[in-house]
Design a protein around this ligand. Structure first.
Ligand code: GDP
Length: 444
């Protein structure tokens, strides 16, 4: 999914992040590349244009946060714009109505409508423990009703018994009364497919909609059809009040144009994504996660947010002042550890350091986890106030006491002290180089 777009954007951003300072011209050049990448991913032209205009405006006027490269800031702005373009938040189903909540699925033939009806029924009956009834109103395609019945047996969800010759509107009526009488929470209506948007079928769909008053009318479209999928959605939404879109075959969609422009063009949220043929291959569509996947850097984005928050804190200010002086005792280490924990571990910190390669950051993330940080905190917590301020006081005997107090071993205490020693030495060196600001300018 989104592989080529992800690669293209990755290249643009790696170049941006590789620089210390960015000029307006750099940002504008990068945004031209982003525009091409979006168009190659088959994003609708007006959507790509608006996206790039908005991002450029923000990126050019953006103040650069301390300790973070401007390149990362631009990535964050692009991420936020992507999330907004995709619809901001996961739009769930509004089915908390007086039962039965009717969920009607509409769409072209072959879009995956019947499969998706079953997938959604499985999700609602399994995850949400709803009592679901499915009914096929497709009297056009031979054996469509039987297909749904077979799927129903597979997923153990009830289907409305088939009455030969009955027409869609009558089937809908019968389904509704069966659902009411038998106490179903949700009634799913799989409507007749069509080859293209055709008036007779649209009228039929509207008649069914009038009878069933669906809580959700979901359009199923094939993401592989790209901008056609978006056009189909526009067409349908002019005929029936759509509440959302389900994009199928996202598993095979390397470009992602339909997913990216659907919301902006139609105003309808993508609620689910079909990601395979199996009946559990349906995922709620989360714009934030999708954007993260496209940029291949969800972690960095949330890190920049977290860093922006923690920079505000007094803690960080005080720490910076001490570091400027080249002082670093175990209390400082402890404060630093707490900050690392807030920011999601050493890996996050490593990723924040400008110029540090992704691979290194990933290694650090794997090597140091939350538990280790907590254990280090416990060791410092078992030391006396004097020991924390003057670590050289910690003799072999005291080490045993600290290890016992923190449920660790003397080796662990030694490792901690060695790490502190190394950091303290590094701090002294930083002071010589002109403090943290000096170091950051060197790295940036
Ligand atoms: P309908 O005519 O709209 O009811 O389409 P069907 O539900 O019969 O689906 C047509 C084909 O698409 C079937 O072979 C499905 O297995 C397949 N299909 C549906 N959704 C997905 C999906 O998300 N991913 C993949 N790979 N195949 C899908």
């Amino acid at each position: 999914m989104f592989d080529s777009l992800s690669d293209r954007l990755g290249g643009v951003f790696d170049r941006l992040r590789g620089r210390g300072a960015l000029t307006e011209a750099d940002v504008r050049a990068a945004m031209r590349e982003v525009r091409v990448a979006l168009l190659e991913a088959d994003v609708a032209l007006p959507v790509a244009r608006q996206f790039v205009d908005e991002v450029t405006e923000k990126a050019v006027g953006q103040n650069v946060l301390r300790s973070i490269t401007p390149g990362q800031q631009v990535v964050k702005i692009v991420n936020d714009a992507l999330v907004a373009m995709l619809g901001s938040e996961n739009a769930g189903l509004a089915i908390d109505v007086t039962p039965p909540a009717v969920v009607m699925l509409v769409g072209l033939q072959g879009s995956g409508k019947t499969t998706t009806t079953a997938k959604l029924a499985k999700l609602l009956s399994g995850r949400d423990r709803k009592k679901v009834l499915m009914a096929s109103l497709d009297v056009n395609r031979p054996a469509a009703q039987e297909q749904l019945a077979v799927l129903g047996t597979q997923i153990e969800v009830a289907t409305l018994p088939i009455v030969a010759g009955q027409q869609p509107v009558d089937i809908a009526r019968r389904a509704l009364s069966a659902a009411k009488l038998q106490g179903f929470d949700v009634l799913m209506l799989d409507t007749a497919g069509r080859l293209h948007v055709d008036q007779a079928l649209m009228d039929e769909m509207r008649a069914v909609s009038d009878i069933a008053s669906p809580a959700e009318t979901l359009l199923v479209v094939d993401s592989l059809t790209g901008q056609d999928a978006v056009n189909v959605a526009t067409n349908f939404s002019q005929q029936v009040p759509l509440t959302g879109v389900i994009l199928t075959r996202m598993d095979g969609d390397a470009r992602g144009g339909a997913a990216l422009s659907m919301r902006a063009v139609t105003g309808k949220p993508i609620k689910f994504a079909g990601v395979g043929e199996k009946l559990d291959a349906l995922e709620p569509f989360h714009p934030g996660r999708v954007a993260g996947r496209i940029l291949g850097m969800g972690d960095v984005v949330s890190l920049v947010e977290k860093a922006a928050q923690s920079i505000e804190t007094e803690d960080a200010e005080r720490m910076a002042a001490r570091l400027e002086k080249g002082k670093f005792d175990l209390n400082d280490l402890r404060a630093q550890l707490a900050q690392m924990r807030r920011m999601g571990g050493l890996g996050a910190l490593a990723g924040m350091i400008p110029g540090m390669k992704k691979a290194q950051a990933a290694m650090a993330a794997g090597a140091v986890d939350e538990k280790i940080l907590l254990r280090m905190d416990a060791m410092i917590g078992s030391m006396t106030v004097k020991e924390r301020a003057k670590p050289e006081l910690i003799s072999a005997k005291r080490k045993i006491r600290v290890a016992k107090g923190s449920g660790t071993t003397v080796q662990d205490v030694n490792k901690l002290l060695k790490m502190h020693q190394e950091m303290a030495t590094a701090m002294k060196r930083i002071k010589k180089m002109g403090g943290m600001k000096g170091m950051m300018s060197l790295l940036g």
